[in-house]
Design a binder for this molecule. Structure first.
Ligand code: ADP
Ligand code: ZN
Length: 734
């Protein structure tokens, strides 16, 4: 065919490639002749003297293709779909993280891009049997006569012969290798019937099912007290999405501790869901990633990072315990998984359900504004009633001394309640959100306090492990024999309680009771947590002492008393959400009591029974608490009625940290609607040896802070030794 005069000789064309690295943007690469690439392809490209994987993001931005380095190879075609790419860009734009850092979360398992090569299996070939065979060889061939294919090791073991026999027969052609694709996972069956729902549950379930069937974006709060059947209700929506042949993502705050949830799911649907969190490794991680991409993993239950998996056809997202702070990722890309899940649902035009007994003010504000729908389950399922809650005023009922112990932490009313519960053969839970033995250790002779050498933080004694520990950087040390300040010997005294110390007091008070302590540092992982939970279910434990991990979702039918040892603990400090979090956490802990027929009760020890949070807890009056909290936030323009972002600069020494803070301060935007607080030393002024200075940027609800932050930060050139962290919608104020 003659060349048309308008076509020039095809200039080498170029594309923009996003690398999964914290770099500013995409990089242009030339596409070598003969190579076809499209957006979403994973490619291998040269980067400096090395190579990197990257994803074709779109058209090249700049320089002539002739001067660009070429793409080396296409690794996986279309592996990062359009939706996934838009999601990466959106999250990066909102959080101000480099897009490549977000992409890295979406490409967290590069090895999964390479198809899995299943190990070869062996079976008897069609080759006729020779006349002479050793006994071992005959034995193996007899065994293999059934024609099944097996891994070499299994074949030898089951036939009772050595590996050399297998190899010999393979060489003779009497055995042959076959490769079979990996077996697809067992699928949850949406048709298995669930429980008969109460009218209120049925109504809520129907609404969520309708949202799934609408195949459009909607966000719905499922709001109901603990034990009201929220899980049963949203599992109906899961079934509806499965019936459509689509995938479902259920986000849980602490997936490593969700054994009960997993067991319940498997029981309901006849097959387990795919599980995703940071501790899943190796082959399982690669396989799960691929099964999600292929649409074979139909239901994924996971932690935050599950949001970035390559779903083929996601049809529903559920965020259980949506109010949990654990959904906020605090390092690397700083993002809130609940909020980004709503964005993901919107991009994919699918429904999302936010589930909680104590919804966040953020979500409630969205309901009020009409952006989210709301469904309510007013009461506990069946005969279970909400536990009666009362406050114990520690000023009127101070804990009396226990012989042989220093201080003690349990007031007479709580001791009496414990004794009654144990006498009735029921279980009790004591909640204290403090790991270790004592939060502070000081010298009796000079008052010296043991502090972390790397952080502005006390060292916490963990007596069971025989160590002092920093809860911020992980520094550990032995308790020194002599005081480093005054050289007094054996002079250290613990100050304040941790769960270990509380357990000591319980042993002294109730030596007969069987006791266990559940806190994240004392369990070696999910299986040990599960073992404890099961022991509790089997009533092998009478007294359970725990930190916040006991608050989450567990269902113990014979637990009838919950004692909160220090109700005021979460209220100290200048955290914007201290009241909200305390209310949520203590409501949740209280909700562990009386989940079955036996009625439960809750005793909260406090030194400030007049505090609005304590009063609302005692009256079980969520509305009153919310009204007060809303009023304060609205008056101050705080989230969710205003917007907040934090900037933290950190440097290896105070001088450089201050200098960087001053440079930022000079360039700060001056707009009437914007309030900039700081710079000030962060409450954790030194963390891991880094000196930290913080700004808080407050804007009205209708003014997004991102453009402002971008403009500001672009004006300042910080020295290489200074680290800068932007936290949009901060939840941690340390
Ligand atoms: P929530 O998620 O609101 O805490 P769950 O869904 O866990 O509540 O329900 C609490 C307990 O009551 C669970 O053991 C659950 O199986 C049971 N339950 C809830 N609704 C029903 C129902 N309609 N029929 C039978 N059991 C139910
Ligand atoms: Zn430290």
């Amino acid at each position: 065919m003659p060349e048309s005069p308008t076509t020039e000789t095809a200039a080498p064309h170029a594309v923009a490639v996003l690398l999964p690295l914290p770099l500013a943007g995409t990089y242009d690469y030339a596409v070598p002749a003969g190579l076809a690439v499209a957006p979403g392809d994973v490619v291998r490209v040269p980067l400096g003297r090395r190579e990197s994987l990257g994803v074709v993001w779109g058209a090249a931005e700049g320089i002539a293709a002739a001067r660009l380095k070429p793409i080396a190879e296409v690794v996986a075609t279309g592996a990062v779909g359009e939706l996934a790419r838009r999601f990466v860009d959106w999250v990066a734009g909102y959080t101000l993280a480099p897009p490549g850092a977000v992409l890295r979360m979406a490409l967290s398992v590069p090895a999964a891009l390479v198809p899995e090569v299943p190990p070869p299996l062996l079976r008897r070939s069609a080759e006729p049997l020779p006349e002479k065979l050793t006994a071992a060889r005959r034995k193996l061939l007899d065994y293999a006569a059934d024609g099944f294919a097996r891994p070499a090791g299994e074949l030898a073991r089951e036939a009772g012969v050595g590996a050399g026999v297998v190899k010999g027969l393979l060489d003779l052609g009497l055995l042959e290798q076959v490769r079979l694709p990996p077996r697809p996972p067992r699928q949850p069956d949406p048709e298995t019937p669930g429980p008969t729902l109460s009218p209120a549950q049925g109504e809520a379930a129907a609404a969520l099912v309708a949202a799934v069937e609408a195949r459009a974006f909607s966000a719905t709060l499922l709001d109901g007290v603990t034990g009201s059947g929220k899980t049963e209700v949203y599992l109906e929506a899961v079934a509806a999405a499965l019936r459509q042949g689509r995938q479902v993502l259920v986000l849980l705050p602490e997936i490593a501790l969700s054994a009960q949830w997993l067991a319940r799911f498997a029981q309901r649907f006849g097959a387990p869901p795919a599980v995703w969190h940071s501790e899943i490794g190796g082959l399982l991680r690669r396989r799960t990633w691929r099964q999600v991409a292929a649409g074979e993993a139909r239901v994924v239950v996971g932690a935050r990072s599950a949001l970035f998996l390559p779903y083929r056809d996601l049809g529903l997202i559920v965020v259980d315990e949506e109010h949990e702070a654990a959904f906020k990722q605090e390092d690397g890309v700083i993002y809130h998984a609940r909020d980004m899940a709503v964005v993901r649902a919107h991009l994919g035009q699918i429904p999302i359900a936010l589930v909680s007994a104590t919804p966040s003010l953020e979500t409630l504000a969205n309901v009020e504004a009409g952006r989210y729908g709301a469904l309510h389950l007013p009461e506990r399922h069946g005969a279970a009633t909400l536990p009666a809650t009362s406050l114990v005023d520690l000023r009127r009922h101070p804990p009396p001394r226990v012989a042989g112990l220093g201080q003690s932490w349990l007031s007479p009313p709580l001791r009496t309640a414990l004794a009654e519960t144990l006498a009735a053969g029921e279980q009790a839970l004591l909640f204290l959100n403090r790991r270790g033995y004592a939060p502070l250790t000081l010298c009796r002779a000079c008052g010296h306090r043991l502090q972390c050498p790397n952080c502005t933080a006390w060292l916490v004694e963990h007596r069971l492990q025989g160590r002092l520990q920093c809860h911020h950087c992980g520094y550990t040390a032995r308790l020194p024999r002599t005081c480093p300040a005054c050289a007094a010997e054996e002079s250290f005294a613990p100050c304040g309680p941790g769960v270990e110390r509380l357990a000591e007091e319980l042993t002294a008070l109730f030596p007969q009771a069987r006791q266990a302590v559940l806190s994240s540092d004392l369990i070696a992982g999910p299986s040990q947590a599960q073992a404890l939970v099961e022991a509790m279910e089997r009533r092998e434990i009478d007294l359970l002492v725990g930190t916040q991990i006991v608050a989450k979702g567990h269902h113990f039918p014979h637990l009838t008393l919950v004692g909160v040892v220090d109700g005021d603990l979460g209220l100290v400090g200048g955290d914007l959400r201290a009241g909200e979090r305390t209310f949520q956490l203590l409501s949740q802990v209280a909700g562990r009591a009386g989940r079955a027929e036996a009625p439960g009760r809750v005793l909260i020890q406090t030194s400030d029974p007049g505090h609005p949070v304590m009063r609302a807890l005692a009256a079980q009056d969520r509305a009153a608490f919310l009204a007060a909290e809303r009023a304060t936030r609205q008056a101050g323009g705080w989230p969710p009625y205003g917007r907040l972002a934090a900037i933290i600069v950190a440097a290896p020494d105070a001088g450089r940290a201050d200098e960087a803070a001053r440079a930022l301060s000079r360039a700060a935007p001056r707009e009437r609607a914007v309030t900039i607080l700081g710079p000030a030393p962060a409450p954790l002024a030194i963390l891991r040896g880094w000196h930290r200075r913080r700004f808080l940027v407050k804007t009205p609800k209708d003014l997004l802070p991102q453009p402002l932050l971008r403009g500001w930060l672009a004006k300042v050139k910080l020295p290489a030794a200074v680290r800068l962290q932007v936290d949009v919608d901060p939840y941690s104020f340390l």
